[in-house]
Write a protein that binds this ligand. Structure first.
Ligand code: SF4
Length: 276
């Protein structure tokens, strides 16, 4: 189904209101929440968690991946040896080197976050390996029933590093992407912010549609709003190609309805991105 765009709204100087472009969709709402049992979400849908939670799970994830690789190598070593006697040792050393590189990288990530200065370029940090580690870590956290908190912490780490880059774009080059589940209060707030800084707002109800909007509008940066689950897939799919800041929400009435967000943070991000 094709996206439909509302004509640009004229914003009065006293009460600016952004252009809102709605994308029709056949999406089944909130498939990320299929297993939701209808009970209130923990913490009233606020999954705030300290960055240390993500770093702990990221370390566990790297250990798990190393253990899986070692197990596979143990099983395949006899076969490797039939090809070339020294091959198992070569593979062991290659994997050991990779594991050491991962440990160093994780150390630099943690030092960057807590040290207040990014120690690697973005392609080697938040817009590079981080996006993969973040997804693997989410998988491990699911096993322990801590998915949403770990994802929240991961997204916070990502945003902290990304905001520090201080990227600036022209007014027409920033895009705000919001989900359809915002409360009226949150939606009004978003539209006012977008109106103040003259940036278009899209309601994109699924990652696939968000990607299409991005392809068609060709922004140079995106401020996206979503729950942790949706944000993870959005960042994974888009952040490697385009600078994205991802604002997570609170879900006081359960998933996919009446979501609340931190409008102050959103305004500071939009203001920070848009060149005067
Ligand atoms: S962003 Fe909103 S609508 Fe989309 S899955 Fe999350 S809670 Fe549901």
């Amino acid at each position: 189904m094709a996206p439909t765009a509302a004509p640009p709204a004229s914003a009065s100087p006293s009460s600016p209101r952004a252009q809102l472009i709605h994308i029709e969709t056949d999406r089944r709402l909130g498939h990320e929440w299929d297993e939701w049992d209808g009970k209130p979400l923990p913490g009233n849908g606020d999954f705030s968690a300290p960055a240390g939670l993500f770093f702990g799970y990221a370390g566990l994830t790297l250990v798990t991946l190393a253990a899986i690789a070692a197990g596979i190598l143990y099983l395949l070593a006899p076969r490797f040896a039939t090809l070339w006697l020294a091959l198992p040792a070569v593979v062991v050393w290659a994997l050991a080197g990779l594991a050491a590189a991962c440990v160093v990288w994780l150390g630099l990530l943690i030092a960057s976050y807590y040290g207040g200065a990014n120690l690697l370029p973005e392609r080697l940090l938040e817009r590079g390996p981080f996006l993969h580690i973040m997804n693997f870590t989410s998988g491990v956290a699911r096993v322990f029933g801590r998915r949403d908190w770990v994802e929240h912490a991961a997204i916070d780490v990502y945003n902290t590093l990304a905001v520090r880059r201080g990227r600036k774009v022209g007014k027409g080059e920033l895009l705000v992407l919001i989900p359809r589940c915002l409360s009226k209060l949150a939606l009004d707030g978003v539209l006012q912010i977008a109106g103040r800084y003259d940036v278009p707002v899209f309601v994109a109800t699924r990652g696939q549609l968000a990607r299409r909007v991005i392809r068609e509008r060709r922004p140079r940066a995106v401020v996206a709003v979503a729950c942790e689950r949706d944000m993870m897939t959005g960042l994974r799919d888009v952040a490697g190609k385009l600078p994205v800041l991802g604002l997570t929400m609170r879900l006081p009435n359960g998933p996919c309805r009446d979501a609340m967000l931190d409008l102050e943070t959103m305004e500071s991000w939009v203001r920070g991105c848009v060149q005067a």
